[in-house]
Design a protein around this ligand. Sequence first.
Ligand code: C5P
Length: 285
Amino acid sequence: MDRLTVNSPAKLNLVLDVLSKRLDGYHELRTIFERISLADQITLTCNKSKKITIRCLHPHVPKGPGNLVYKAAMLLAEDFSIFDGLDINIIKNIPVAAGLAGGSSNAAAVLSGLNQLWQIGLKPAQLVNYAARLGSDVAFFLYDTPYALGTGRGEIIKPLKTRAKLWHVLVTPRVKMFTPEVFARLKLNLTNKKDNVNILLPFLRKGDMLRLAGALSNDLEPAILSLRPDFIYIKKKLLDAGALGVCFSGSGPSVFALAESQKHAFGIRAQFDKRYTQVFVISTL
Ligand code: C5P
């Protein structure tokens, strides 16, 4: 086998509690990840060029060592002395720097794809170790689960048993937001100290949509809004359009709505002007 195509889905955070600032500069989190149907496609092709080449038509995707997929491939190539050459082709559907972990998901797809293609034989726990070295959000995508609890920096993953299928409208302003900048603006003394994970989980398990909608929360919201106060209008507009609940994902600026059904989600989407935002109807994957 010298070629492999893999799906690389995005995530939402149904809850994102920031507990404290750590000595290593990162923040201690408790988050519920949801894997969603919005996805990139990655094709890995072995060749004899002795180089790692990234191809992607999206102008904002780095084509060199700045891309996490390059770092992922280099880590494995160096550790397992594989110097043949690799072409990584990315079909980018997930908005970049948008709180959806597209780059992290791509890195996870490359780690597990190369494990097969290069026949390295890494066990799941070993792949998770590589993921944690690449970024806080990478590990989640190595688990075949629609939902997971993330703790630590977000890299300690516990898959959740629930199989609920949610429908969302995802609104992403055509603006990039950089995670370190958002965390730097967070005022930890002002975050609420409720255990939002355990408040939300029973509603997710029971499929209690109304209470689930009310329990969505993200401690980074004030930091995101301090950078772009106008983005509050997206939440308001989604609610006015009939969303059950709305929330920022990750470090923003994407906002997602919880809808009752696919039909309801399409009805909400129809009310958005696509000039300033990208609007998607998505579901749990
Ligand atoms: O781990 P990752 O490289 O994705 O993190 C990007 C940046 O986001 C970090 O450099 C840090 O500024 C911030 N971050 C954080 N706490 C986390 C995750 C990310 O402060 N748990």
